[in-house]
Each structure stands twice: as C-alpha cells, then as structure tokens.
Design a protein. Structure first.
Lengths: 112, 114
C-alpha cells in the first residue's frame, strides 16, 4: 500500500563501488524525482522525469545516472562512489509539475 | 535565481503554545509555495501549498500559512502545538514553468516541551 517506496532503506558501501537505489510509485503519477539530503538536512533536487523523459538534470556528477524503465519506476545508479556521496536520497512523485510531491521514506547511503 | 530562507534553525515551544515558523523567498514573480514536514527517519509530507487566490491557506494537522507578497514571506502558524508536531519543517518554492523543481529552505527543527 506504500505510495512511494525505495529500496534499500540503508546502503553501506566502500569508496569506488557502484550501487543502485530503486524507486517505485503506485499513485499513477507521471513525474518522478530524486532529491539528495545532506548531513545538515539540506534538500536539493537532482533529477526529474516526466513520462520516462528527463526533464530536470541539476549539476550532478556524471557518476549519477537515473533510469526510468516506465512511469512507475525511477532508479538511481551511482558509479565510483565517493565519501561525499554519503547522504539520504529521496525519491518523489507528482502528477505533473506544480503539484504536491509525494516522498518515499529515503535511502541512507554511507560510503566508507 | 530562486532561493528560500528559513531564519530559525531550531525552535522550542511548550505544548499548547502557539507556533510561527518563518519563511522568506526570493523570486521575480509570484511563486508557488509549499510547507513540508519531515518526522525523524521519514520522508516529507505536504502540510499546505499556495498557488494563487486567498493568501491565507489552511493545511493538514491544524496548520495554516499566510502569503505576504510585500514581505516575500510565507510563514507557517499553528495556534496550539502538540508534542507530535516535533519534527523538521521545510519551506519550498517552485517557479513558473520549472517542471516541478522545488527549492527548499534549510529547514527549521521544532522541539516541543511538555
């Protein structure tokens, strides 16, 4: 019944590894987002997709690559993880822009 | 460029007391404004939003916010705080035709004293 779900909830990995975070929404929304929340709780948008098309691509390193296989899923793949990638990553969805965004529970990524 | 400032990093209020959380934004036109709440270890939940019309908007959990164009502010208020309101509160702005790009403030952590 979870509206926006993310897996895994926690991810601990070594520097240099590649990892993925998955996001699924069952709300029928057409727009999905990835946000990064740093240790000071500052939230910043990374990407957004509308109907599987990339709409927003903020100044994020190329090591981060979003993939949207369908409207209900938006995954985030991170290559060559760095210490500075440690953060909580939130997925969100909405029906179009300028509308309430529903957030997932977050994935806490720790890079050692 | 759009920006949002929440001047108070941390606020403590007594249970039953009134609450006001400040939010100032910078944007060239009338923005779309939001307040979200984040409980510990949780995602964000929308409390209320302002798009146009009546400048006093009502939200969930007894919260309200007032848009003041002259002050570029969108302060959040609650007449009587409950212990369960302890959380992190984020003000956010979205500009016209920005494709859903929310710009968040730094957040205000609310603690509630019994």
């Amino acid at each position: 019944d979870t509206a926006v779900s993310q897996t895994p909830k926690y991810l601990v990995t070594q520097m240099g590894n590649d990892k993925s975070i998955k996001c699924e929404q069952n709300l029928g929304h057409d727009t999905m987002y990835w946000y990064k929340q740093d240790s000071k709780k500052f939230l910043k948008i990374m990407f957004s997709y509308n109907n599987k098309e990339l709409i927003i691509n903020e100044t994020v390193p190329n090591r981060f690559s979003p993939k949207s296989p369908d409207k209900a899923h938006l995954n985030l793949h991170i290559n060559s993880l760095e210490l500075g990638d440690s953060a909580v990553y939130f997925c969100a969805s909405s029906q179009g822009a300028v509308n309430e965004q529903f957030f997932g529970p977050g994935t806490r990524l720790t890079v050692l | 460029a759009q920006s949002v400032t929440q001047p108070d990093i941390h606020i403590t209020v007594s249970e039953g007391a009134s609450l006001e959380l400040r939010c100032n934004y910078s944007y060239g036109a009338t923005p779309y404004l939001f307040w979200y709440v984040q409980s510990p270890g949780q995602g964000l939940q929308l409390l209320l939003k302002y798009f146009s019309g009546d400048t006093l908007v009502q939200g969930i959990k007894g919260f309200e916010a007032e848009f003041k164009r002259s002050q570029s502010s969108f302060n959040l208020r609650k007449p009587s705080v409950h212990w369960s309101d302890a959380a992190e509160y984020f003000c956010a702005v979205e500009g016209y035709n920005q494709g859903g790009k929310l710009i968040f403030g730094q957040g205000t952590e609310l603690s509630v004293k019994p």
